[in-house]
Every structure is written in structure tokens, then in C-alpha cells.
Design a protein around this ligand. Sequence first.
Ligand code: B12
Ligand code: SF4
Length: 425
Amino acid sequence: MKILLVLSYKKSTNSILNKFIIASSYPAFTLEQLVAITPGGYDVEYLDERLRPVDFTWDGDVVGISTTTINATHAYELADEFRRRGRTVVLGGYHPSALPDEAKQHADSVIIGEAEISWPRLLKDLEKNSLKHLYRSKPVEPTLIPSPTHLPEYDASTGIVQATRGCPYACKYCAVQNVEGCLFRARPIPNVIKEIQHLKQTRFYFADGSMTINSTYTKQLFEAMGGLHKRFSCFGNINVLQADEELLRLARDAGCEQWQIGFESISQETLHAIGKKTNTVDKYADAVEKIHEHGMEVMGLFMFGFDTDTTRVFDATLEAVDTMRLERAGFAILTPYPGTALFKELMRTKRILTTDWSKYDLRHVVFRPKNMTVEQLQDGTRSLSKEFYSFSNCLRRSFHGNDWTIHRFMNRMMGDYFLSKFYQI
Ligand code: B12
Ligand code: SF4
């Protein structure tokens, strides 16, 4: 049986510039994992639509398409066309997992959630001519999660490693629950270490929802990473980063350069309303200072449009970001991803303005905000992002810290330029 695995991406292009930017930024980790979990004996091809357009004349049996919400409509178009040409189509990933009934209209079968168990089962059923419309498995036992297959297209990029799955905090806006669920599972440390050792790249990032859910595990992992000479960044939460200096020291020794922190808001009332149990505003500055003292940077992530936000939130957030001396920041418009408690609540109260999924990109307002207009939310977030990434502010931040080198200066300026494009509203 011949299988084609597709990572869908709506802006398909073949340009050399796009290839360079994509290949030098992030690999298609999802594709690498899907190739790894496809049992031997099948003829497997893969396609990252960010690098190559889809060829509908592909002559094979099964097309597996992965999609997040912003690419969903486009992924459905691909699915419809492949089905029209007689191929069996399977949809999986964040969006089909959240809305399987919608996805089913465009596919012969839909995988809900993690696929390490269900994808091989689906392929077996297909061979027996007994394909089901939906496949859902229990959270995968961490020892059964194989290392992703290295795909040579991404040698020049930043590597990706995932040590754990599942997040028990279940913040109301977070989509991680749709695929990984709330049950925290940590992969065996030797498996993760072997994977890091085999990375071609010297830099990588942990695609884990948070590396501070079980700090005992994370400390053991960081200790085991000593001597690997890799550099990495990862997500972590305020409650632990502020309180656990041993973790910070081990992180630094293991090669951590940057903690990415979902601050989300500088209002405790907002954090309470969205169920962000890990954050206490009073602890923000101390946590950032401690991370800086241990020689690592902080990338802060913020969202706007919560019911408790008024138009004053933009200036207040910029001031807080400056006071805390964050090296990097990402400013997003609150986006109710299907499957989340936030989406259900806004649907119930009829505040969802559009289900054009391509607008669910953290840059468009897709719901009716409570204490400002759609335009105020859109413009306020855009202006804040522009201000933070203005040339003069990037230049000023690039001199932060007392270990200035020309190499670090160039890295920061280029990194800021890239991020300003990534977060462009
Ligand atoms: C790494 C990552 C990225 C990377 C690479 C993404 C990629 N496509 O490889 C980068 C930095 C590029 C990125 C960008 C964005 N991301 Co992102 N990202 C992640 C992150 C941290 C990990 C995803 C991952 O690789 N997981 C590991 C892989 C193995 O899991 P997986 O993709 O879910 O695949 C498994 C199953 O879903 C299933 N499966 C998936 N597809 C298919 C297909 C078939 C046929 C089958 C059978 C099975 C199957 O099998 C896999 C194995 O179990 C998650 C958060 C998280 N911790 O999960 C956010 C996340 C996926 N990102 C998200 C978002 C919003 C974005 C951006 C829009 C952000 C932005 N500001 O622009 C962009 C859009 C990217 C795009 N065009 O799709 C949201 C998605 C929400 C949603 N409903 O769509 C998440 C969940 C973050 C969050 N907390 O909300 N992201
Ligand atoms: S702590 Fe992070 S990964 Fe966990 S639910 Fe909240 S936002 Fe998602």
C-alpha cells in the first residue's frame, strides 16, 4: 500500500526564499513523527506544503493530511480533490481532533488525538477493508512514543524534541488538550537523550506544553543533558520558574538559552477568569530577574481581548514588558480555538463572529470582545507589536545584559526581525 503524508499549509509556494526561510527555521515535526509511527512494509512518501505544492496526480492509495485550525479549510480542499480522484483520505491533527464531525465530511476517516496507536490500527483495518470513520485512542503510553524520523530537508533549521505530553492545567483558551489531553506523561529520559544526541542541529527547542509541570523529571533530564553541547529553548510556567533556582541552574548547565513563558496577562483578575492557575502577577518580575541572573533570556507571550481587558491594557502591558526587561515578546489576539472551553463559552453566548478558520491565526479578531470594539482590539495589538519591534526598541534591547558581544548583538537583531514578521498583526 502506498501512503502520502501531507502537512497542509495554505500559502503553498515554491519560491527559493520561502524554502530557505522555512528550512532554516522549523522542521515539520508532525510529519517526522507521522513517518516514524507508520509501520514498516508500507511505501511512504511525505510532503511539507510549506516547501512543495501538492501534486494531485500522485498515484497511490492513502493520503493522510495533517492540519491545524488556520489551515483547515485549505486541508479540506486538498482532501476533497484527492477523494474525487479516488484516493482514500485520512485527516488528523489539532483541528480534526477538535471538530471530527466537520472533518469527516471531507475524509474517509478521521484520527482524533494522538495517533501512535490509532494510525497503525487504521492502516490494518484499511487492508482488511473495514475502515472506520473515526479513530480515537487512550493517551499513548510514553514508552511507546518513538523518536521522530529525521527528514533531511530540515538539517539547517532549529531541531525540535518533545520529552513529555499532556498538560494538567487545562487553561480555558489552550488547544493542547485537544490532542495531548490533560494526562501528563514523560518519555523515558534515555530515549530523549538519544534523540538529542542524534540531532543534526546544535540548537533545538522542546515542543512540550510546559517543562515545569513535573520539575523532578525535568531536573533529571537536564542533568542527563550535561556534555551534549546543545543549545535550546523551552516553555515553562511562572509558579515554578520563580521558586526553583535549582531548576534554573540545571537548565542553564544543560544549554538552555531562553524560557518561553505564557504570561498571557498582567491582570490577576484576567488570569483567574481564564483559569491560568500557574501565574501570579506579583511573581512575574522576580521570576524574570532570576532567569536573567542564571544567564538565560525570557520570551514573554501575551494575549489581548479577554473580557476583563479594556483599551488601557496595551500601554500597561508594554510598560510591564519594558520594566521586566524581557528580551523577546509575542503579542497575540485572543483566539478561541475549537475544542477549548473558551470556544464553547463564546459559541454558547453567540459571540463568535466567524468560523472562517483561516482567520484563527492569532492576528484577527474572530469574536465580539466585551470591553472594546473589534477595531480597538485589532489596532491596539498591532500598535503594541509594532512599538515593541520598532528598530530603536530592538536596538535598545540588544544591549541588555552585561555580556555584550557582536555575535550576540547580530543574533538578537536578526531574531527580533524574524519574530516581528512572525507576530506581524
Ligand atoms: C511545534 C509547534 C509549532 C511549530 C511547528 C508546527 C508544525 N506544524 O510542525 C511552529 C513554530 C512553526 C508553529 C507555528 C504555529 N503554531 Co504551533 N505549536 C507547536 C507545538 C508547540 C507542538 C506541536 C507538535 O509538533 N507536537 C508534536 C506532534 C508530534 O504532535 P501533533 O502535531 O499533534 O501530531 C500528532 C497527532 O495530532 C496526530 N496527527 C497530526 N496530524 C495527523 C495527520 C494524520 C493523517 C494522522 C493519522 C495523525 C495526525 O499524530 C501525531 C502523533 O500523535 C504546539 C503546542 C503543543 N505542545 O502541542 C503548538 C500549536 C500546535 N500551535 C498552534 C498555533 C496556533 C500556531 C500558529 C498559528 C502560531 C502563530 N502565531 O502563527 C502557527 C501556525 C502554524 C501552521 N501554519 O500550522 C496551536 C494550534 C491550535 C489549533 N487548534 O490549530 C498549538 C496547539 C498551540 C496552542 N497551545 O494553542 N507551531
Ligand atoms: S499551562 Fe500552557 S500548555 Fe498547559 S494548558 Fe495552560 S497554556 Fe496550555
